[in-house]
Design a protein around this ligand. Sequence first.
Ligand SMILES: C[S@@+](CC[C@H](N)C(=O)[O-])C[C@H]1O[C@@H](n2cnc3c(N)ncnc32)[C@H](O)[C@@H]1O
Length: 316
Amino acid sequence: MKVDEPIGEFLDYLYPNTVDIILGDTLEYLKATGDEKFDLVITSPPYNVGKEYETKTSIEKYLDQQEKIIREIVRVTNHNGSICWQVGNYVEKGEVFPLDIYYYQIFKKLGLKLRNRIVWYFGHGLHARNRFSGRYETILWFTKSDDYVFNLDAVRVPSKYPGKRYFKGPKKGQISGNPKGKNPSDIWEIVVKDWESGLWNIPNVKSNHPEKTNHPAQFPVELVERCILALTDKDGWVLDPFAGVGSTSIAALKNFRNSVSVEKEKEYVKLANERIKMLKEGKLKLRPINKPIHQPKPNDRIAKIPDEWKGLFKEA
Ligand SMILES: C[S@@+](CC[C@H](N)C(=O)[O-])C[C@H]1O[C@@H](n2cnc3c(N)ncnc32)[C@H](O)[C@@H]1O
């Protein structure tokens, strides 16, 4: 439903769940929080790359600090709950340190089980000169036990060939697919049309994206929505210990889950609250879940070889 003007109390009927954004230090919040309160912890921690909200330190010291926080996170996660840890690479003097490899050891040591290493990739970003340009990040999805929530039907994507049938065996002639769609796989890719490619297709939040705020490392709401829908039930509890501008709170509220988000920077908390208010008022620009990426047509100016390059290359 699109709401143009704030309509007071009615908004709370549209979005009845709790959404708490806490200004403060996440370790302090966690220490004051009871065991097994959350069904899903999903976050993108600081990467130690010297963004404006972090002080760059050695990778050892950085991971040491993170381990203290992760121990508490594991404690506050429900026994059948999940933790989704979204990270990219830490780069030092041109050397790449894939953070998920380092983080995996910490979670494993704390007894968690990895269910998927999801690779999500995006088409845009800085162009590297001395190595291939980085175009993906990962989400490590861990569970605390073998008894965990996984609602596959909530995140299925349409099949590429819904009319496909078994061509041999006892089911010969029967339709082989699922009418609800297929498993979206562990690669969430940005190419052509997501449904055609059969992969999940989520643009990284950059300047031309409808969700972009002033935060330098925002993640797409759509990315969180998929995890929330698959890994929690309605009215479940979600925690984001490094909340930024509240992308997790928005995804949770929009999908009828309760959430707590912790962020140390006042400016981001303010932006998060503004975004939540806008969501409630129907004014927040979000990229709709599963919307295909725009692809230029062969005759669009942007898809053609510029006049300045003609003669340098043969046109196909
Ligand atoms: C990668 S950003 C998260 C961005 C977020 N996913 C979003 O979409 O806006 C990490 C955030 O963690 C916050 N942060 C770092 N250390 C923190 C701490 N100890 N307690 C609370 N927040 C912290 C930073 O200020 C930053 O906004």
